[in-house]
Design a protein around this ligand. Structure first.
Ligand code: SAM
Length: 258
């Protein structure tokens, strides 16, 4: 995507973004001050793994079932490049981990495992079970080594194209508390996966959609998701968007500084 598109969307975000001083709704004020705007306290074991992977220059064949990487072209990719360019950074992964703690998530769905670093953050709450989906067999293999390294017992990795794996897996998951959508960054699959996941969610479930301003397609998907009749509050953090389904919240959309 053109640098101009990225600069324009960031400029719009920057103009609209507010902090706690402009948040009047008690829920959003609390969520912003207690969950979003917090010091980054990373997990040293996970960050040491990120560092190891960032120094691993082996090349892997990546079969990409999504929109492709915005930074990495071709099927042959260096693990080090994936670790440096395609993963959520510690600031965002620790936020997702705090959100999982906030909603006391028992069942978490992550679309797009990649090397498994973010998955390990999502799996920090011992009461949670994380179902994580990855299309590329070679990345899934590395992710399963990451999970062993991290000592995580509460992660189930599902390998294959989401177009088939998501539906078969959801048939055995009755209820979802938190979703992190970060796989196929296209308009139609984003809305389709959202609808399927919504059918298993409840009023207190929280959805996080990554890369909402990366492409016009993802901006369009984000605009539709915010307007969905079952979404009551949405928050734009530029890199990702949060969707809240609780009908006791006012219908509102906020752009938050992060
Ligand atoms: C941006 S990476 C995920 C990063 C990770 N969630 C994080 O936060 O660090 C996206 C991943 O989604 C996978 N993916 C894309 N489309 C997919 C699909 N249709 N089915 C399964 N996996 C897919 C890609 O192979 C890639 O590894």
């Amino acid at each position: 995507m053109s640098a101009f598109f990225k600069i324009k969307t960031y400029f719009n975000y920057w103009l609209d973004a507010v902090d706690e001083h402009s948040l009047h709704a008690p829920f959003l004020f609390d969520f912003y001050t207690k969950i979003i705007k917090r010091e980054v306290i990373d997990v040293p074991l996970i960050e040491s793994l990120r560092k190891q992977l960032s120094n691993d220059h082996r090349v892997v064949e990546v079969e990409d079932f999504g929109a492709g990487s915005k930074h990495l072209a071709g099927e042959k990719r260096k693990i080090s490049d994936i670790a440096k360019l395609s993963l959520s950074d510690a600031k965002f992964s620790t936020l997702y981990s705090r959100i999982a703690g906030y909603c006391k998530a028992k069942t978490i769905i992550e679309l797009g495992t990649s090397l498994g670093i973010n998955t390990l953050y999502l799996a920090q709450q011992p009461q949670s079970k994380v179902y994580t989906f990855e299309g590329s067999a070679s990345l899934a293999e590395i992710a399963s080594i990451s999970f062993e390294f991290g000592g995580a017992q509460n992660i189930e990795l599902i390998t294959g194209n989401l177009d088939t794996t998501l539906y078969s897996t959801l048939s055995r998951i009755p209820k979802i508390d938190m979703v992190f959508m970060d796989a196929n960054h296209r308009y139609e699959p984003t809305l389709r996966y959202f609808d399927s996941l919504l059918a298993r969610s409840h009023h207190k479930s929280i959805f996080i959609v990554d890369d909402i301003h990366d492409t016009p397609e993802m901006e369009k998907a984000w605009t539709e998701l915010k307007k969905h009749p079952l979404v009551y509050t949405s928050a734009d953090l530029f890199r990702c968007g949060l969707l809240f389904l609780d009908p006791s919240l006012n219908k509102q959309h906020v752009v938050l500084r992060f």
